[in-house]
Design a binder for this molecule. Sequence first.
Ligand SMILES: Nc1ncnc2c1ncn2[C@@H]1O[C@H](COP(=O)(O)OP(=O)(O)O)[C@@H](O)[C@H]1O
Ligand SMILES: O=c1ccn([C@@H]2O[C@H](COP(=O)(O)O)[C@@H](O)[C@H]2O)c(=O)[nH]1
Length: 210
Amino acid sequence: MGKNTIIAIAGASASGKSLFASTVYQELVAELGGERIAILSEDAYYRDQSHLSFDQRILTNYDHPSAFEHSLLVEHLKLLRAGQNIAMPQYSYKLHTRLDETIKVQAAKVILVEGILLLTDERLRDEFDITVFMDTPLDICLLRRIKRDLEDRGRSLASVTEQYESTVRPAFFEFIAPSKQYADLVVTRGGKNQIAIDIIKAKIRQLLAE
Ligand SMILES: Nc1ncnc2c1ncn2[C@@H]1O[C@H](COP(=O)(O)OP(=O)(O)O)[C@@H](O)[C@H]1O
Ligand SMILES: O=c1ccn([C@@H]2O[C@H](COP(=O)(O)O)[C@@H](O)[C@H]2O)c(=O)[nH]1
């Protein structure tokens, strides 16, 4: 395999990172097949907490860098770059820990990875060739997070608002917002910005044609 490219998509929780990355991925897979593109999520690298009780797990600050096993993500990105497949962990937001099963991710020429704290860690930044920051207004992120967490992540309105005030919003200002300086591209309005999606797709098509 020739030189491969790792594209990181960062930004606040519910800024549209996952929708943006999966739209780029799915539209290109439909067009070109899935052999040469892979997709990963930083959230899969939340630390395993199976040794803790559920009551202990809900006390974890999931917006702090210490909640992630970034060393494993760096290792996996290096393996993918070297042409080797990886076993990506699977994380449950409802159980707040990893599942026993992993997902096989095949080495690919272009690797997309999305997550809140990707651009905050120098070890990770060293692995990225292209960096994108989703610059969605924080009030819009909050509205989308409430809806998503109630519908998909088994939360109550009380738990979403308590977590937002205690960890999500402070971590945005301490870690995520300052990391925007490391982005090559800043995307406004969220995961349905089709012009930005088309620009990244065009870049990937160009890389795959080299
Ligand atoms: N531009 C948009 N318009 C409407 N809904 C959006 C937009 N971007 C994202 N969403 C929705 O907002 C929620 C959070 O988006 P998601 O991609 O999961 O965010 P992130 O991965 O950054 O946490 C999802 O339900 C998603 O479908
Ligand atoms: O067990 C967990 C793990 C994570 N979270 C929250 O998830 C977001 C990050 O995921 P996004 O898809 O980018 O929103 C982070 O803000 C954590 O607060 C959680 O609540 N529980």
